[in-house]
Ligand binder design. Structure first.
Ligand code: FES
Length: 172
């Protein structure tokens, strides 16, 4: 069964017809031609497909497009409007925080979201209704915390030794 879905992706409005079983990842890549989020596992285990959905990082391979009609989405490409790189993207380059680069868009999006989460204070709880807000105090963000908070984004080249310092650069 098909359904029409409206999505605002990286600042541009789209209306697209998708099968109701289509994931956001497939809608973005195959219907809208946005190949910034990558398909690694397609099972919510690698983080290559990470996007910002209404400001929160999610694995787009686990989200059905039809369930997010009207949603605001930002991909790694959307972090660099007009080719001006986001500070996190610049840090990844500065620290050579990739090898093959396949996981990098997801890593960068996830890191940007994590810094925002840290700014607000870590969420106090995750409930069926969403994530309870933090207490507003800036959360601690050292290398160990970054590794833990980025553990949903895997790098098969194991570039973690450079990814963590790249994120730390902005977390200071
Ligand atoms: Fe979505 Fe791996 S492709 S988590």
């Amino acid at each position: 069964m098909d359904a029409e879905v409206s999505l605002r992706v990286d600042g541009t409005d789209h209306r697209v017809t998708v099968d109701t079983r289509t994931t956001l990842l497939d809608a973005l890549r195959e219907r809208l031609g946005n190949t910034s989020p990558k398909k690694g596992c397609d099972h919510g285990q690698c983080g290559a497909c990470t996007i910002l959905l209404e400001g929160r990082r999610v694995n787009s391979c686990l989200a059905l497009a039809v369930a997010h009609d009207g949603a605001e989405i930002v991909t790694a490409a959307g972090l660099a409007p007009d080719g001006e790189l986001h500070p996190m993207q610049r840090c990844f380059i500065q620290y050579d925080a990739f090898q093959c680069g396949y996981c990098t868009p997801g890593q960068v999006v996830s890191a940007v979201a994590m810094l925002r989460e840290a700014e607000a204070g870590w969420p106090s709880a995750v409930t069926l209704d969403g994530v309870a807000a933090g207490d507003g105090s800036r959360a601690r963000l050292d290398a160990d915390e970054i590794r833990e908070r980025m553990s949903g984004n895997l790098c098969r080249c194991a570039a973690y030794a450079n990814i963590v310092p790249a994120i730390e650069e902005l977390a200071r």
